[in-house]
Design a protein around this ligand. Structure first.
Ligand code: SN0
Length: 319
């Protein structure tokens, strides 16, 4: 595998989940693979799990991580071609990507959606510019449209915690949030869930007007009644996103969508999942996230193994 930009770059999601679960039993078994190899982690936005788990994954593989925060420390990069650069931006991504490629064997990038210009976000401007101008593999640590390392960690977590049953009911539920959030986590979760069509009945629930990009959710069952969606569910995956249709807007903060005990009671003793960070008592009630059915910490732990199996595949292809 050269780059990891989206779930579809994996040769097989199900095989990768099994490989990650195997790797987790002895995470240091491939220490030789990354010896004398450097990964550059470039952050254009905040991070806790992604930043630490991707470094941990690299260290487990014997790689040296270098981290750079562009928000506070780097030159402001220009991404538009042909610009007269006489304003605030000091360096073009054309040079920056080539320069970083001299120092790093792999480049990992976090660049959220701006949520103002749908076209620009859908073109994944930052990620695509690095794919175009860098000469080394690129790892997506959440782009404007996807968060494939999160979705792979989610798949690993579901595999480890699922009840033994032929077909699982997996529900992606929108929840309220005070700020406008990107669609990336929801999109990649949908992509991952839809790739499990033989194993998951995949339902998405949200208020009217909060439909995700239909190209990403084709094949999912849409249910506007959250309680009906929750009935008999085995997995409740909660996430806020801003409107896609009325791009980047927060049209609804309806607290009746908060996931609470009463809603969880109609599920099939479902596990509760969230990618974190989570706004307690807005997205989910304390009583749910603190319950035995909450697997958010196990889910965060799997971010390491998700990143590690992906980096292993990238290193395998380099050597
Ligand atoms: C990000 C998102 O894409 O929704 C990262 C999730 C992994 N989440 C946030 O930006 C939450 C920020 C907040 O204020 O709660």
């Amino acid at each position: 595998m050269k780059h990891y930009l989206a779930i579809k770059d994996l040769p097989s999601i199900k095989a990768t989940v099994s490989e990650a679960i195997e790797l987790k039993k002895n995470p240091l078994q491939y220490q030789h693979l990354g010896k004398n190899k450097t990964i550059g982690l470039l952050f254009f936005n905040n991070s806790l799990r992604t930043r630490l788990s991707t470094q941990k994954a690299a260290l487990n593989l014997g790689m040296e991580p270098i981290v750079m925060n562009f928000g506070a420390e780097g030159w402001q990069l220009e991404f538009e071609d042909g610009r007269i650069m006489d304003q605030g931006k000091s360096e073009h991504v054309k040079e920056a990507a080539q320069v970083i490629s001299q120092y790093c064997d792999v480049i990992a990038i976090r660049a959220f959606a701006g949520l103002e210009d749908k076209q620009k976000d859908e073109a994944e401007q930052v990620l695509s510019a690095f794919v175009k101008h860098a000469s080394v593999p690129i790892l997506n640590m959440e782009s404007s449209v996807g968060h494939p390392l999160q979705a792979l960690a989610d798949a690993i977590t579901i595999e480890e915690h699922k009840p033994s049953k032929e077909k699982l009911k997996v529900v992606l539920s929108w929840a309220p949030h005070p700020r406008a959030l990107p669609h990336a986590v929801g999109n990649s979760f949908a992509e991952m869930a839809l790739a499990h069509e033989d194993d998951f009945e995949f339902v998405i629930t949200h208020p009217k007007g909060y439909e995700l990009d239909p190209k990403k959710t084709k094949g999912a069952i849409l249910e506007y009644d959250q309680k009906r969606a929750f009935e008999g569910a085995d997995i409740i995956y909660t996430k806020n996103w801003s409107s896609y249709k009325d791009y980047g807007k927060v049209a609804c903060k309806d607290s009746s969508w908060t996931v609470d005990k009463e809603k969880m009671a109609v599920t099939n003793d479902a596990k509760f999942m969230h990618c974190l960070p989570v706004r307690r008592n807005v997205v989910v009630a304390d009583e749910v996230i603190d319950s035995e059915n909450s697997i958010v910490i196990a889910q965060a732990n799997n971010r390491t193994y998700s990143a590690q199996i992906v980096l292993k595949k990238i290193l395998d292809a380099l050597s």
